[in-house]
Design a protein around this ligand. Sequence first.
Ligand code: PEP
Ligand code: MG
Length: 747
Amino acid sequence: MSETFRTDSRQMLGRLRAIMAEEGGGQTRLDRITRLIAEEMHAEVCSIYLFRDENTLELCASEGLRAESVHQTRLKLGEGLVGRVARSGTVINTDDAPAAPGFRYMPETGEEAYSSFVGVPIQRLGEKLGVLVTQSRQKRLFSDEEIYALEVVAMVLAEMAELGAFTGEGAAMKARHSQPVMLRGGSAQEGAAQGHVWLHEPRVVITNPIAEDPTREMERLHEAVETLRVGVDRMLNSAQDGDKEQLEVLEAYRMFANSKGWMRRMQANIDSGLSAEAAVEKEQSAARARMTQVTDAYLRERLHDLDDLSNRLLRILTGQGQETGAEMPADPILVARNIGPAELLDYGRGLRGIVLEEGAVGSHAAIVARALAIPLVINAVRITTEALNGDFILVDGDQGIVHLRPDDAVTAAFRDKMAMQAKAQERYASIRDKPAQALCGTRITLKMNAGLMADLPSLESSGAEGVGLFRTELQFLTRSHMPKRAELSALYARVMDAARGRRVIFRTLDIGSDKVLPYMKPTDEPNPAMGWRAVRVALEKPGVMRMQLQALIRAAKGRPLSVMFPFVAQYDEYSAARAEMDKALDRERILGHPLPSEIEVGAMLETPSIAFAPDAFFQEVDFLSVGGNDLKQFFFAADRENERVRRRYDTLDMSYLNFLEGIVYRCATLGTRLSFCGEDAGRPIEAACLAALGFRTLSMRPASIGPVKSLLRHTDLGELRTILHEERARGTQNLRKAATDYLRSKL
Ligand code: PEP
Ligand code: MG
């Protein structure tokens, strides 16, 4: 970087600051800025294109292009060189624009006279706002220094746009955060919610992107980085020794905080005329751009760490802590890039809904949101940049759609939907104490799935007849260290107390696959869903399972106890796990602890293999529970986490139903108690079909009990079974249409 350039860049920013301080509206400012940049760049043309909407760029100011084209010329994202800069978020620099790939001639601008073109994106932390372009008659490539200077200016423009500097007077950049926005993400927990945005990490606002006194800015940066380093060291010192994951993250923080390269790049940004905070943010933007290119999971994690560290540094510099002084709204909808399960539990049931920019259906946060029955939309791209604290927001967890600052028509339609759901809830409440008895007289037992202490009150409100699946891994996933036996025992005892005599089936720890304990070294497996998980881990490293079985026996304190092992793929795995239970009972007896008055030990049927196990297995288990989520993914060989394939295969596919019917038949002939506890048990049409196949116990999310019971009470299972057989004989591959037509006719 040459000395001359530094002076130029600083001079340009100095003049820019003067323009911003002058009287005049948004358009006047933009016009003056383009004139200034053209002059400083020794070019005939400088233009600013801003997004009119998500897909359209509008020429908002230009020095050099025909005045009548301003606010007339528009380009779609990806169209022409400008559109390509906007789409890719990278610079295009060419000395022969008409020959460059993607060039599109816009006659109204008069740009045919200009051969050289350089376009840099105007963006703030990856959020695209527009494109800054310089063109010149002379055929030349712009130098790296000139491009860097333009990037610095573009960054300042982005900050100013954020502050509303260009609002009004026809500029496309209308008050950015006042427009309605609809975002389509993925559904991770169903339900509809309305409320006001509560940002997990409020945005840092930079009010002074240009340095008045670079020496002072340099000092500020050094002081802030020092404060950051001391803070990281303090966190490292107080970190738990056994908490390897946390230590790893903190070590990465320390490495970045001491990185000379990071510091040098931020210093160069100040050198070019930016304030300390703008210098940090420019570097952070560049790191985020790298993040989108990186596919390696480990590297991405480290770039995330760097991003977190940059946020900390920005908060130190601006004094804008987590605590912004804003008060949490009474109806908070949590908006975050991502969130850990423990943090989510801290917010608890007070949240009306959750919207995440990232996330996955099987993430720990999603598991917790599901357990708390809070509507959750994931992968809502741009939500953290679009939403401001206090914005009105509608969350449609069924469709995975978010309406931010919706207009009245959208709000009215959404409220109608919520009202309909509320009416349905009233209907369900009215049958809460009635049995799930089908029209043919068959009685189905409906139980609930749970995983948190907080779930237990739902036993009363939903009318569930017990807990058919208590997922014990949540207590392990939401902590930063392995829970102690006494802690677990106390918790399980409280769960049993709360169930007041109704059976709770505790499933032993189901980790591995998508559920990775934060304090366990992750095993790098090519295919974790089919890897070292659940009972496979428990049998090879029995320490944790033994501790858990002991905790369960102690929690029962002489009451009946039900335990089941997850992911049993063959008979001998069950026998080995059961032997562990027998050993645990023996040990407790010897120690003089009271034993459960009755004990039943079951297995989950989650792999096709176990459906074909020897008869002896079916006779030996006390019960079997079909874990349809896993069973279905292995039956169809379609990953339950993979959005591309997970909806492709229907539960009401005849092949799958034939398979399930075979399981029902074996259990009936061999005298094995059978239930179904995957998500499908909570979907009314699927549940009715499962009951028609012969399942007599279904376990589901508490919120599903009402809808399922309501439909079952209108269904004649014999009739539905006949339809199933007829369709099968007819060669129908999918029962859904026939089943839905029949069930509709009964309502
Ligand atoms: C299942 O696989 O259906 C199940 C209930 O277990 P999980 O969803 O916890 O894997
Ligand atoms: Mg499972």
